[in-house]
Design a protein around this ligand. Structure first.
Ligand code: RBF
Ligand code: MG
Length: 306
């Protein structure tokens, strides 16, 4: 997928605007709505999003780890759900000062050639967040740009929101997070060259560090799937997210073991772990044999769950 800076001036677009952290079920409803419009008129679907997340620029003490989907995964899911282009606006204090109407005219109409705009029910924009759904509708009337507002999505009476999903992830409630995401919570990183201790104890792992802004569940063992370089092929596996206290504690990393298969040393490749089930907290073992036997049980449990 192209990360768009300048659109083809002849092609009209449907623009969906938002932070889209997680590309969750609510965001997917926006994408579907935008695609319906685009198919009718033969327009392109463009997602206009911001990086870094505006709250990091605007809040005095932003949390260090807060993103469900750092930019690369956000773009991955956007493409997966059928967005044609992702237009990433650098969010800074200058952009934060642009008045709502000017933002729509410059960034949406002129730069992206929007003929339609799709946003969520709680969308605010422009200087001080003063632009509302009403502002957007008024602008639509003035310019003839179609404006569509997508109502919130509920699952089991809970409104799907990025903040609800973040809370579930922090608490280790992976299946609940995945329910609201309507796809797995995933972490993508670059495979590190390991010390080979995993192979020595009969449990080879591929290791990566989560991106610095990535929100993470508690240290522990998880069942899920591993994939490489954004490929569709996924291998069932178990992952330990933590510092390996049995070995004096090390840098926090995700150590992933593929069940019944040794993929070998794949350092420098991009790897993604899709989290599905929390198995147990990470523990300090007195003997390596005890750790290995516990990991064997983790693998058996994962086999049953996946
Ligand atoms: N290390 C620990 O110190 N405590 C654990 O509870 C623990 N659980 C693990 C579970 C799985 C499924 C895997 C793959 C690894 C786990 N490890 C744990 C990390 C293990 O010590 C490490 O992968 C090897 O030592 C290789 O570096
Ligand atoms: Mg290893």
């Amino acid at each position: 997928m192209e990360r768009l800076t300048q659109t083809d001036p002849k092609i009209s677009t449907v623009v969906l605007i938002g932070n889209f952290d997680g590309v969750h079920a609510g965001h997917q409803a926006l994408i579907r709505q935008a695609k319906r419009i685009s198919q009718k008129h033969h327009w392109r679907v463009v997602a206009l999003t911001f990086d870094p997340h505006p709250s990091v620029v605007l809040r005095p003490h932003p949390p260090k780890k807060y993103l469900i989907t750092p930019l690369d995964l956000k773009i991955y899911w956007m493409e997966y759900y059928g967005v044609d282009y992702v237009s990433v606006l650098s969010f800074n204090h200058e952009l934060a000062m642009v008045p709502p109407m000017a933002f729509l005219t410059l960034e949406v109409r002129q730069k992206l050639r929007a003929e339609a705009v799709v946003v969520g029910y709680n969308f605010t924009f422009g200087a001080g967040g003063t632009g509302s759904i009403e502002t957007l509708k008024n602008w639509g009337e003035l310019t003839g740009v179609k404006v569509r507002i997508v109502e919130p999505i509920n699952t089991e009476s809970l409104v799907v929101s990025s903040s609800a999903i973040r809370q579930y992830i922090i608490e280790g409630h992976i299946s609940e997070a995945n329910n609201l995401l309507a796809h797995p919570f995933s972490v993508q990183g670059v495979a590190q060259k390991g010390a080979g201790r995993g192979s020595q104890i009969g449990i080879p792992t591929l290791n990566c560090l989560p991106p610095s802004q990535q929100i993470m569940p508690p240290f522990g063992v998880y069942a899920g799937y591993l994939s490489l370089n954004g490929s569709e092929t996924r291998w069932p596996g178990v992952a330990n997210w933590g510092i390996r206290p049995t070995f004096q504690g090390e840098e926090a990393a995700i150590q992933q073991h593929v069940i019944d298969r040794d993929l070998g040393d794949l350092h420098d490749q991009s790897m993604r772990f899709d989290f599905y089930h929390s198995l147990r907290p990470e523990k300090k073992f007195d003997r390596i044999e005890a750790l290995v036997s516990q990991i064997r049980q983790d693998i058996d449990q994962a086999r049953k769950l996946l």
